[in-house]
Design a protein around this ligand. Sequence first.
Ligand SMILES: [Zn+2]
Length: 244
Amino acid sequence: MKIAKSQNSVCRLCKKEAKLCNSHILPEFFYLDLYEEKHRTLQIAKEGEKIIQKGIREYLLCQQCETKLSEYEKYAKELINEIPNFSRDDNLGVLYSENVNYAKFKLFQLSLLWRSAISAHVAFSQIDLGPHEEKIRRMLDDKNPGKASEYGCMLSLIPNTELINNIIQSPTRFTKKLFGHTAFKFPIGNLTWVFIVSSHKLSPWMRELFLQESGMLRVMISRRDESSEIMKLGQILQGFGRSF
Ligand SMILES: [Zn+2]
């Protein structure tokens, strides 16, 4: 449900009355290039009201919940930076690590999805989780990462990128179902996060691509390259009558 809240209100996560923090919807670290001083960040919303924008914020969480989620973010930031150093399986076309903290990274993934769902900002308008929104809120509030098959996320990486590392596109819902499941896509820099939000039975290959309770995380190496992504973005921006 997308409801705008005033500053002193009810925390959307713990549901307690509190002074709310002006929270980022997507974690701040996604907007920072570690290797560049001059930050270039584009936020592209299909509606086109504002296509270039740095971190979007809203009053959503109390300080306690903000701190809780920031612990997962801290872990996720370190892990994401490590992805290029993961082991490589060329047969499967994946990078992988067997040492991922399941609870922390899964709760991070859930927080990404959930915060986008509760945001009232137009850039997140396609993320509507229906009854799953409340289920995920409870999981986050209880620090319960759930099973690997619940709200799993498949990650893919576009290798050898420079230009798109700081480009954050609005998350979208797959117009057709993805192999029979409702799915949402978050293209964030050179990583794409695809969440499966479904109560139906998942095929085994799909489950294998989710973060595993054992600590196994596979990241698909995308066959797309940076130039085709830039072309695609160029077309979107041209649609708004702007140059890129
Ligand atoms: Zn709270």
